[in-house]
Design a protein around this ligand. Structure first.
Ligand code: URA
Length: 434
């Protein structure tokens, strides 16, 4: 087989066979196919697409290109969760302890983030001493002992995707449905859970800008999961404004703690409960959504969800004290109110711009090596549909530099659009793919 022929085939709109895809992924992983040929292939796929069979074959070839986690030593149905990500998306921080407190064993691999804030691991490192650098043995023991563990993605998991994602990132070929679906699902399949619950985001702060694309991606990923014999379900949710109110690592951890105490923002609480219910059903702990919702509400009311977070943080080197006293978490030196310069109903928030404000403050990393400031970010006071008077507080900026705060503030004010007539509040949960 020659890579040149496969590129030509795809460039001309043809279909790659299972054997060709497998050969291409194996040869790319071993270094026999150079980046420049794979980059040409990714661009050909970007324009020509892949059909369902090609996407499935690509996913399986990538899942098998590296190590696969064996979770069979963990008792019960292991349920994994994945979000396609967005601004203020701290869902795992609240959801995972919540479902674990209801008896779902959660053995999760997570990543750091490139982007507006860190990934789940960066956020968790707001707890001093917390580490995801644990051995597979500790990972499995912790899940059996306390029901929850998070490990950093091992270098070998879905090796081909690791190489390919880095290549797509610098060749403008990330936002293709087949490539995103196969990238995410190859990692999920290699991570070994029995069931997968997906949260596909749509809007100005997400990869998928339109609902149509988000539903198509959700359908594609659910199909891949089911074909691999995993119970898979997806929600499609709004990311046209930040999720909840907090954007920034430690600020998001605080919001997740509030939510586990039953004091979180309405939209974030709704999402955590909706995904949590689906995880309880996937893990066979509940039969109906109503039953699952009652279990989740009880766990929050009885303080079990918060205790589970404390157990988890402690088991991975952090202090449970900080879970019960979040004021001990990293805090920025400057807190500055951003007041509205206009009066009216908020008709639109350019969500990705709010993410960029967090990045400007130092809350995210621009390159893999950039340091991250866990304490900075923003806490919104107003969201789409709210009425605001001139001078009212739109958000509070948390910064460690006056210059960065000024730059972020100017950008923030441009991200809000106002209208004289009432605007509807945005619906968060747009639908599901079962
Ligand atoms: N996240 C992934 O893991 N892969 C993609 O291609 C896009 C988002």
């Amino acid at each position: 087989m020659r890579m040149y022929d496969l590129i030509m085939e795809k460039r001309n709109g043809g279909k790659l066979s299972e054997e060709e895809i497998r050969w291409m992924i194996e040869s790319y992983t071993s270094g026999e196919i150079p980046d420049y040929q794979m980059a040409a292939m990714m661009m050909a796929v970007y324009f020509r697409g892949m059909d369902e069979e090609e996407t499935r074959n690509l996913t399986i070839a990538m899942a098998e290109s590296g190590e696969r986690l064996d979770l069979s030593a963990i008792n019960g149905v292991k349920v994994d969760k994945h979000s396609t990500g967005g601004v203020g998306d701290k869902t795992s921080l609240a959801l995972i302890p919540l479902v674990a407190s209801c008896g779902i064993p959660v053995a999760k691999m997570s990543g750091r983030g490139l982007g507006h804030t860190g990934g789940t691991i960066d956020k968790l490192e707001s707890f001093r001493g917390f580490s995801t650098g644990i051995s597979t043995e500790t990972f499995i023991n912790n899940v059996n002992r306390i029901g929850i563990a998070i490990m950093g993605q091992t270098a070998n998991l879905a090796l081909a995707d690791k190489k390919l994602y880095a290549l797509r990132d610098v060749t403008a070929t990330v936002d293709n449905l087949s490539l995103i679906a196969s990238s995410i699902m190859s990692k999920k399949l290699a991570a070994g859970a029995d069931a997968i619950v997906l949260d596909v985001k749509t809007g100005s702060g997400a990869f998928m800008k339109t609902q149509e694309d988000a539903f198509a991606l959700a359908r594609e990923m659910v199909k891949i999961g089911k074909n691999a014999g995993k119970y898979t379900t997806a929600l499609v949710t709004d990311m046209d404004q930040p999720l909840g109110l907090a954007v920034g690592n430690a600020l998001e951890v605080k919001e997740a703690i509030d939510t586990l105490k039953g004091e979180g923002p309405e939209d974030f609480t709704e999402l955590v409960k909706e995904l949590g219910s689906r995880m309880l059903i996937a893990g066979q702990k509940a039969e109906t959504i109503n039953q699952a919702e009652e279990m989740l509400a009880r766990s929050i009311a009885e303080g079990k969800a918060l205790d589970k977070l404390a157990d988890f943080v402690e088991a991975q080197g952090g202090s449970r004290e900080e879970v019960y006293h979040p004021e001990l978490l990293p805090m920025a030196g400057i807190q500055e109110e951003i007041c509205s310069e206009q009066e009216g109903y908020i008709s639109h928030i350019q969500c990705d711009e709010i993410g960029i404000c967090s990045l400007i403050l130092g809350g995210g990393r621009e390159t893999k090596e950039s340091p991250i400031d866990l304490s900075v970010g923003l806490v919104l006071g107003k969201k789409a549909g709210d009425y605001v008077k001139k001078g009212e507080v739109l958000a509070v900026l948390h910064a460690n530099s006056r210059e960065k705060a000024a730059e972020a503030k100017a950008r923030f004010l441009k991200a809000y659009t106002f209208s004289n007539s009432p605007c509807e509040k945005r619906k968060l949960i747009l639908g599901s793919v079962e």
